[in-house]
Ligand binder design. Structure first.
Ligand code: G3I
Length: 459
């Protein structure tokens, strides 16, 4: 059942690895070799639990916190997608015209990529955090500056960002349903949004293109206006793939009772929906229940592809006084955390984790090689503070990617063919702190996102 594999097959063999080659995953499924469907979840982290439900669970990340070990350990252990909180905004990337500074954002994308986390891009065209020089431009120069910004930024991370917030917060609050005044709106008119999306598609055809906004989380004048725009784009073939619902909630702006229905009506237009900046002020049971409502709503909408919370810890939240996140200022898991994990089908209190402490095991991902049509990934499995006799983890690829070969592990597949569960192939016994690796080749089929790892379960 070996089909015409790319050149890597020979090179992998020549390295003497114990290679197992797959043809079409569907054929493998048909051969009855899939062991996983319907097994109980053993996931103990947000990211791994979400991955088992076919979704990502991400967080906003600030580059200047990546030196803090508790921050990084929590990020690495719990989340499988990141959104740079400020580092990809216009003022950060192009502070003066034509002069781009990718350094801080690259720190975040490198961190994420080396660990198999996905990346959301935020945001290309927004009225806020816009450097002064943009507001000073006339119509023609503004149009070309906008298109140049989109193109340069998207090409920098081409193939590495799963979804981009192309346009952010372009509509007014209140009952008018009108567009918000901004240099783009005021000089380029309503057509600026369409133009931005068309430019974005040309710049990186692999990224999903999102419109992102707040106070659009239930049906109201503002969300109705966004809905009409998305419907019009879909009808006219303007490229749009997803709508982001920021979901910043507090007592004045609670989770709307029609939250799920609102996600669903957008999904029915043929776009994905994503919860992009979730935070809910409060504490204890009521905060936990509100988080559960949001997660349940996403799980009930098949096109809701992932959830991002707007920060790792209450300590660094943009509204820290409202303690709106899942980890407190000392990185303790809050009731809201357990509520989210349980809603995702995970098991609170498990070892999980990326810190390497305790028993169990941890996993980390590195891309080791890339060709024009495919790449090799390597997963390191490391035992915690006790010896283990076996390990299991999952590797989820993004369709239309396909795993074409694996080595140093025994794989099995879910029915979608996207989730590979890997178990040892003679390398299950690990002393405390010791590690082993397994590897695989992914045929990109035009999509270069890194695979997502589930948690590691030891036996
Ligand atoms: O980095 C500087 C620091 O050097 C300086 O000393 C300090 C003094 O003011 O400012 C620091 O920059 C701040 C930056 O956050 C980093 O902390 C900016 O002033 C501050 O305005 C900026 O706030 C960000 C805000 O967007 C700006 O509009 C928040 O972190 C960020 O969470 C927030 O995120 C937005 C989303 O992008 C869009 N949706 C709403 C969401 C919440 O407002």
């Amino acid at each position: 059942m070996i089909n015409n594999l790319p050149r890597s097959r020979g090179s992998v063999r020549s390295h003497g690895r114990n290679l197992l080659v797959f043809g079409v995953v569907g054929a493998f499924v048909a051969a009855g070799l899939v062991a996983l469907a319907g097994t109980a979840s053993a996931a103990t982290t947000l990211g791994a639990s979400a991955a088992e439900r076919g979704r990502y669970f991400g967080t906003a990340v600030a580059a200047n916190r990546l030196n803090e070990s508790d921050y990084v350990n929590t990020l690495n252990a719990e989340f499988n997608s990141v959104t740079p909180e400020n580092e990809m905004k216009w003022d950060a990337l192009e502070p003066s015209q034509g002069s781009f500074n990718f350094g801080n954002a690259d720190r975040i994308t490198s961190h994420a990529q080396s660990r198999g986390m996905r990346i959301r891009g935020h945001t290309l065209v927004w009225h806020s955090q816009l450097p002064g020089w943009v507001s000073g431009l006339g119509t023609t120069q503004l149009r070309s500056a906008m298109n140049n910004h989109i193109t340069t930024v998207m090409r920098h991370w081409q193939g590495r960002i799963h979804s981009w917030d192309v346009v952010n917060e372009a509509f007014q609050d209140g009952g008018s349903g009108a567009r918000r005044s901004s240099p783009f709106q005021d000089r380029l008119g309503n057509g600026f949004i369409e133009e931005a999306f068309r430019t974005a598609r040309a710049a990186d055809p692999t990224a999903k293109l999102c419109y992102n906004d707040y106070n659009t989380d239930g049906a109201n004048a503002k969300s109705n206006a966004v809905f009409a725009m998305v419907q019009d784009f879909r009808n006219r073939g303007v490229p749009i793939d997803c709508v982001g619902f920021q979901s910043h909630f507090n007592a004045q702006s609670p989770v709307p009772s029609d939250y799920r229905q609102n996600l669903q009506r957008f999904a029915n237009l043929g776009v994905d929906v994503q919860i992009t900046e979730l935070d809910i002020e409060g504490s204890g049971t009521s905060q936990a229940n509100n988080y559960r409502t949001v997660v349940d709503a996403c799980l009930a909408v098949s096109r809701c592809t992932g959830i991002t919370v707007w920060g790792v810890t209450d300590k660094y939240s943009w509204r820290s006084g409202g303690t709106p996140l899942l980890f407190d200022g000392n990185y303790n898991k809050k009731a809201a955390y357990n509520s989210v994990l349980t809603a995702l089908g995970g098991t609170p209190g498990g070892g999980g984790g990326g810190g390497g402490g305790g028993g169990g095991c941890t996993v980390s991902y590195t891309e080791t090689q890339r060709w024009g049509d495919r790449f090799n990934g390597q997963v390191t499995v490391r035992a915690g503070s006790s010896a283990i006799n076996g390990w299991t983890t999952t590797v989820t690829v993004t369709p239309p990617q396909q795993v074409s070969a694996t080595w140093n592990g025994s794989p099995s597949w879910d029915t979608s063919g996207n989730v590979m569960t890997m178990r040892p192939n003679g390398n299950g016994n690990l002393a405390a702190g010791a590690s082993t690796t397994f590897g695989f080749t992914v045929m990109a089929n035009g999509t270069w996102s890194a695979p997502t790892l589930g948690s590691c379960t030891a036996s």
